[in-house]
Design a protein around this ligand. Structure first.
Ligand code: HEC
Length: 183
C-alpha cells in the first residue's frame, strides 16, 4: 500500500479534529454566559454563594451526596419535576455559571435538591434529617457529623454546619432570561 501514510494521517486528522471540536463546542456555545439581572436594573443572578456554603459544597462533594441527589429541574415537557415541586422553573445553564464544580448528578435515588433551600422550613429540620433520616429511607445516616455536648445535647460539627448552610443556599428564586419563574 503506497498511500498508507496518507491514510493514517487522514484518520488521525479526522479523529483529532472531532475530539477538539467536542472540547471546543461547549465553550463556543456557553463560554461567554454570565450572570444577568432578573429585572431591568435589578441585582445580578445567580447570587454568589455565602462563604459557609462554599465550605459546605466541599463537604457535600466529599460525602458523595451527588451519587443519590441531582440538582437539575427538568423542563415540564421532559418530566414531572416541576409538578413534583422540585422547583418553580426548570434549570438553565446560567444557574451554574458561578459554580466551581457543577453537581448536576445523574442518579435520583433521593429528591432533587436544586431548590431544597426554598422548601425546607428550618436548619434544625435539615440537621435532624442528616442525623437520622426517616425509618426505611435509603439515605444513610450522617450522625458522625454530630457530637454530644456535656449536657447531652447534640452539637453539630463545623462540617455539619457548613453542609446545612450549603443546602439552605440551594434556591431557584429568580427569573432567568431563558426561564421565568412559574411559567
Ligand atoms: C444512598 C442514597 C443517598 C445518599 C448517599 C444521600 N441521600 Fe439524601 N436522600 C436519599 C433518599 C432516598 C431521600 C428521600 C427519603 C428521605 O427523606 O430520607 C433523601 C432525602 C434527602 C433530603 C430531603 C429532601 C427533601 O426534599 O425533603 C436531603 C436534604 C438530603 N437527602 C440530603 C443529602 C445529603 C446532604 C447527602 C450527603 C451528605 C445525602 N442526602 C446523601 C438518598 C440518599
Amino acid at each position: 500500500m503506497k498511500n498508507i501514510k496518507l491514510i493514517f494521517a487522514g484518520v488521525l486528522f479526522t479523529l483529532s479534529a472531532s475530539f477538539i471540536g467536542i472540547l471546543l463546542s461547549g465553550r463556543v456555545q456557553l463560554g461567554s454566559l454570565g450572570r444577568a439581572p432578573a429585572e431591568e436594573g435589578g441585582p445580578l443572578f445567580p447570587p454568589r454563594e455565602p462563604g459557609l456554603a462554599i465550605q459546605g459544597r466541599q463537604v457535600y462533594i466529599s460525602l458523595g451526596c451527588v451519587a443519590c441527589h441531582t440538582q437539575q429541574v427538568r423542563p415540564a415537557s421532559q418530566g414531572n419535576d416541576i409538578a413534583k415541586g422540585y422547583g418553580p422553573r426548570h434549570s438553565v445553564a446560567r444557574d451554574y455559571v458561578l459554580q466551581p464544580s457543577v453537581l448536576l448528578g445523574s442518579h435520583r435515588i433521593g429528591p432533587d435538591l436544586a431548590n431544597y433551600g426554598a422548601r425546607v422550613s428550618s436548619e434544625n429540620e435539615i440537621h435532624s434529617h442528616l442525623r437520622s433520616p426517616k425509618a426505611g429511607s435509603a439515605m444513610p445516616s450522617y450522625a458522625f457529623l454530630y457530637t454530644t455536648g456535656k449536657d447531652g445535647s447534640v452539637v453539630p460539627t463545623e462540617k455539619a454546619t457548613a453542609l446545612v448552610a450549603y443546602l439552605k443556599s440551594l434556591k431557584i428564586d429568580y427569573s432567568s432570561p431563558e426561564a421565568k419563574l412559574n411559567q
